[in-house]
Design a protein around this ligand. Structure first.
Ligand code: HSE
Length: 429
């Protein structure tokens, strides 16, 4: 890589799986990248934790330093690519970069989901470009299509499979009828799930991504703490079988909608009809289904993680920043305004529920009474099993979350109910 007079100088913060992929692409496709950016791109310095750590792609060690100041405070660097992840020290690095009027490309979903409003306001004040295509959906173009191509429409609803690890586990449980634990072990062996996969399994990763998508789609600052969240660890192979028998598949969905000016955002396991476009998204792939008021239904599909797919999104942002480096960036001032969130209790959805009950006359009548008193109407009821115990598998009609949870508490208090092993929300569109 040569350093021409007109070049744009780049600093890389973090050089693990993604960072080394970015380096690899910058070297391999250097000519085409610089041509598209309209200026020569010169990678000057790389901040790392450990120079000798193993990386999927070989990186020139002479560019590396373990001293943050040698990169962050280098006055020659125009554009920084932040791939450290997490909040500390990424937030202070990002604020320092943006407050100096330098430009930032980041893949850091947590940072944006927690501090998006703060970052965009510092970026706006200092005319800094801030790009984050890789923060949601890895290599899937999503942020710029929503902000740009769909910029003239009102987004009404987003429904996405935004976590590859959980989608891999649910697909494996569905295809091979294995348990959650077995599928998780396989995901770990294949390197999909991290050593401590709580972030993925409990829905934190998906909630961060949904906070970003909601903020740019509904033009208000949504943080991950405002998102209702449930993970997939309680899904049983029986639920996946029941879902299939009933014509559904179970997915961990990130869902956000705008109703009467209020945003409702939630992440939870969801049963969707087998014919829904998201039902066919298998393995570790991601897909995001977007409904625009005028554009109608759209779906974005692809690799939601991985070194090279994510690196492509980062390089795309870098090209965009370099191309527009002398222009004022578009403001995202809306992000500093706290979003008006609707109450999760008011969400209307359907529910799948499994009740383990004592099998004797009058049991169904007692259950029906609790549902009736709480205005929960049933769409289908199937009794399974024989002997002294039975399982009742039911699906409700649309009902408010509050009413359903009230009915659930009522059922838990009935002496004929032994256990409620499963409750999963059901979405149609
Ligand atoms: N842990 C994430 C996933 C990786 O499984 O999708 C990309 O954010």
């Amino acid at each position: 890589m040569n350093r021409g007079k007109e070049c744009v100088v780049v600093g890389l913060l973090g050089c693990g799986t993604i960072g080394s992929g970015v380096y690899h692409l910058l070297m391999k496709n250097h000519e085409i990248i610089s041509k598209k950016a309209g200026r020569e791109i010169f990678l000057k310095r790389i901040l790392v934790k450990d120079i000798d750590e193993p990386r999927p792609f070989k990186v020139d060690a002479s560019l590396m330093t373990t001293k943050p100041k040698e990169v962050i405070d280098d006055p020659e660097i125009d554009v920084f690519i932040e791939l450290i992840g997490g909040l500390k020290p990424a937030r202070s690095f990002a604020l320092s970069i943006l407050s100096k009027g330098k430009h930032l490309v980041t893949a850091n979903k947590e940072l944006l989901a927690h501090h998006g409003g703060e970052l965009v306001s510092v970026a706006d004040k200092n005319a800094s470009h801030l790009m984050f295509e890789a923060s949601v959906g890895g290599g899937i173009p999503l942020i710029r299509p929503i902000e740009g191509s769909l910029g003239g429409d009102r987004i009404l609803r987003i429904m996405g499979i935004v976590n590859g690890t959980t989608n891999y586990i649910l697909t494996k449980m569905s295809e091979e009828r294995c348990t959650f634990k077995e599928a998780l072990l396989e995901a770990k062996n294949l390197g999909y799930a991290e050593a401590n996969p709580r972030n993925d399994l409990e829905g934190h990763d998906a909630a961060s991504k949904l906070a970003i998508l909601s903020s740019i789609s509904f033009r208000a600052g949504v943080t991950s703490s405002q998102i209702y969240r449930e993970g997939i660890d309680r899904i049983r192979p029986e639920d996946i079988d029941n879902a299939r028998e009933l014509g559904y598949v179970v997915k961990l969905l990130a869902i956000a909608s705008l109703n009467d000016g209020e945003i409702c955002a939630r992440v939870h396991p969801t049963m969707i009809p087998l014919e829904h476009p998201l039902a066919s998204i298998l393995g570790n792939f991601n897909a995001i289904f977007v409904v625009g008021e005028s554009a109608g239904e759209l779906m974005f599909y692809g690799q939601g993680a991985g070194s090279l797919p994510t690196s492509v999104a980062i390089i795309g942002d870098l090209i965009n920043v370099v191309k527009n480096i002398d222009r004022l960036p578009d403001s995202r001032s809306y992000w500093s305004n706290e979003a008006k969130m609707g109450s999760f209790d008011e969400v209307i959805t359907r529910f799948y529920m499994v009740l383990r009950v004592v099998d004797r006359p009058g049991v169904l009548a007692k259950i029906a009474d609790v549902f009736g008193r709480n205005k929960v109407s049933l769409e289908s009821v199937v009794q399974k099993g024989e002997g002294r115990e039975a399982q009742i598998v039911l699906i409700t009609h649309e009902v408010k979350e509050r009413n359903f949870q009230e009915a659930r508490r009522g059922l838990e208090g009935l002496d004929v109910i032994l256990d409620i092993p499963s409750v999963i929300r059901v979405e149609s569109a």
